[in-house]
Design a protein around this ligand. Structure first.
Ligand SMILES: Nc1ncnc2c1ncn2[C@@H]1O[C@H](COP(=O)(O)OP(=O)(O)OP(=O)(O)O)[C@@H](O)[C@H]1O
Ligand SMILES: O=C(O)C1=C[C@@H](O)[C@@H](O)[C@H](O)C1
Ligand SMILES: [Mg+2]
Length: 163
């Protein structure tokens, strides 16, 4: 089996579930957010505040478009879908899984968005962001896993059953 890429809104559990999924499958695990921090030698929130949203998206695009992996679960950042080259590359090297959660459930789960460093433009609400992104997650997904009313273990099992 080739690589697995997890996409979806911030807080859906790409990182949390990704590492456990990798363990279950005997795969490696890579968190693209950490690759960005390692390359830049800066925290995500520092990159966003110093380069602005478009600058961060360009860096995220370049880092994700350069990932080389084999038998690896890759947890992406929620904003990776803004990067065309990144998504083309990830689609070539992996099965792309969209972890889907309703807006209502997501809002409940997410704490302070600013603390999470979400790529939110001035005046944009979480609802705006959700609507803008869902279209992109659906566009790039090979498989969609609905997380609604599932705990972490149930979501993990759904992924494994689908593969
Ligand atoms: N059913 C569930 N599935 C996954 N995570 C859950 C679930 N219920 C609660 N959580 C919690 O939601 C959070 C998910 O955060 P996580 O950092 O894994 O998201 P992410 O998709 O990687 O976000 P980001 O795009 O910001 O990197 C964790 O704190 C996790 O414990
Ligand atoms: O969904 C987002 O906008 C983001 C999610 C994080 O994983 C990081 O990639 C970054 O903080 C942006
Ligand atoms: Mg993450």
């Amino acid at each position: 089996m080739k690589n697995i890429v997890l996409i979806g809104m911030p807080g859906v559990g790409k990182s949390t579930i990704g590492v456990i999924l990798a363990k279950e499958l005997g795969y490696q695990f890579v968190d693209a957010d950490l690759l960005i921090q390692e390359q830049e030698k800066r925290l995500l929130k520092e990159i966003i505040s110093e380069e602005g949203i478009e600058g961060f998206i360009a860096i995220e695009n370049q880092v994700n478009a350069s990932i080389e992996a084999d038998r690896t679960v890759i947890a992406t950042g929620g904003s990776v879908v803004y990067g065309k080259e990144a998504m083309e590359h990830l689609g070539e090297i992996a099965t792309v899984i969209y972890l889907k959660l309703s807006y209502k459930a997501l809002r409940k789960r997410l704490g302070n968005l600013k603390n999470r460093g979400v790529v939110l433009r001035d005046g944009q609400t979480l609802k705006d962001l959700y609507e803008e992104r869902v279209v992109l997650y659906e566009k790039y997904a090979d498989i969609t896993i609905d997380e609604e009313n599932k705990n972490l273990e149930e979501t993990l099992q759904s992924i494994i059953d689908t593969l």
